[in-house]
Design a protein around this ligand. Structure first.
Ligand code: COA
Length: 150
C-alpha cells in the first residue's frame, strides 16, 4: 500500500474516490462530494490523499486542510476494513498538516460509533466545544464560483 495525493488530472481517480465515499456511507443528499473534492484539490491549503495498491487500485481516501489555526480531516474511508488503511491515511494527513498546525480535528456523526472507536484507538478524543453551523445559502454554483474567485 502506498499513500499519495489524488491525481488531479485523472478523472477516473476522482470517480473512484467519490464512489468510495458513497459506498462508505459518508455522503448525504445535501452534500456534493465531487464538488467538495474539486474544491479541495484547487485550494492552496487543502488536499485529498489516497491509499493505493500496487496496481494503482484505490484502497482508501481522506480529504484534509487547514485554516491557519486547526487542521481538519473529512471523508476518511477505507475500501476494506481492519487492514490498517485508515490508520495509514490519518498518519499521512497528520504529517501533511504538522508544519501548519498543532491540532488536527474532525467531525464524527452521532450515529457512527465505529468511527468514534477507530479515532479513539488512534488517540483522538471528543472536544469540549460543540460544532455550530448555519446554512448561508443553498446554491452549489455560488460556492463553486466563490472558489474560482479565491
Ligand atoms: C473508519 C475507517 C476509515 C477505519 O479504517 P480501517 O482501515 O478499517 O481502520 P484500521 O484498520 O486502520 O484500524 C486502526 C485501528 O483502529 C481500530 N479500529 C478500527 N475500526 C474499529 C472499530 N469499529 N472499533 C474499534 N476499533 C476499531 C483497529 O482495530 C486498529 O487498531 P490497532 O491498529 O491498534 O490494532 C473505516 O472503518 C471506514 O471506512 N468506515 C466507513 C467510513 C467512516 O465512517 N469514516 C469516518 C468518518 S468520521
Amino acid at each position: 500500500m502506498r499513500i499519495r495525493d489524488l491525481r488531479a488530472d485523472d478523472p477516473a481517480e476522482h470517480d473512484a474516490a467519490v464512489a468510495l465515499w458513497h459506498a462508505a456511507g459518508l455522503t448525504r443528499p445535501w452534500n456534493d462530494p465531487r464538488a467538495d473534492l474539486e474544491q479541495a484539490l484547487a485550494g492552496p491549503s487543502s488536499s485529498v490523499l489516497v491509499a493505493v495498491d500496487d496496481g494503482g487500485g484505490l484502497l482508501g481516501a481522506v480529504m484534509l486542510g487547514h485554516d491557519g489555526h486547526r487542521g481538519w480531516m473529512y471523508y476518511l474511508a477505507a475500501a476494506s476494513r481492519g487492514r490498517g488503511i485508515g490508520r495509514a491515511l490519518v498518519a499521512a494527513a497528520e504529517e501533511r498538516l504538522a508544519p501548519h498546525v498543532s491540532t488536527v480535528q474532525l467531525m464524527v456523526r452521532a450515529d457512527n460509533g465505529a468511527a468514534a472507536a477507530f479515532y479513539d484507538r488512534l488517540g483522538y478524543a471528543p472536544s469540549d466545544a460543540t460544532v455550530w453551523q448555519r446554512v448561508i445559502h443553498d446554491d452549489p454554483a455560488r460556492s463553486a464560483s466563490a472558489t474560482l474567485l479565491g
